[in-house]
Write a new protein. Structure first.
Length: 126
């Protein structure tokens, strides 16, 4: 995509690897920048919007709630003065992700143990 190329919602969603429904939902929640429209009143999105929705999607996948994303978005829009709050928010989210990874590692240990037992011929293991 060229730096100044504008995309309609379908192309934008596809490029961002999200659904059109997700884009519309993020718009309704105020998570995306103010809309740009063409002469036919169709929504248009640019490279900055693509970067923004990609980051939102990653944060959402990392477990941030919509309310937390809205708070984060508001902080970003406040500018440099909100940097300490954004740092605190990202540190909290980082800790949650670390805890989730630890949980997944424990789950993997259980699965590996079961596989090991089954492959050794122990079919009685639940």
């Amino acid at each position: 995509m060229n730096n100044n190329q504008l995309m309609r919602i379908g192309e934008f969603a596809k490029t961002a690897n999200v659904t059109i429904r997700t884009v519309r939902y993020y718009l309704e929640c105020g998570l995306l920048p103010p809309e740009k429209r063409n002469k036919n009143q169709q929504r248009l999105f640019d490279e900055e919007d693509l970067h923004w929705i990609t980051n939102l999607h990653y944060l959402r996948e990392a477990g941030m709630s919509i309310a937390e994303l809205q708070h984060y978005t508001a902080l970003v829009r406040e500018g440099d003065s909100s940097l300490p709050q954004r740092i605190a928010l990202m540190r909290e989210q980082r800790q949650r992700v670390i805890a989730a990874i630890a949980d997944k590692q424990e789950q993997l240990k259980v699965i590996d143990h079961k596989l090991e037992r089954y492959l050794a011929g122990d079919s009685a293991v639940m």
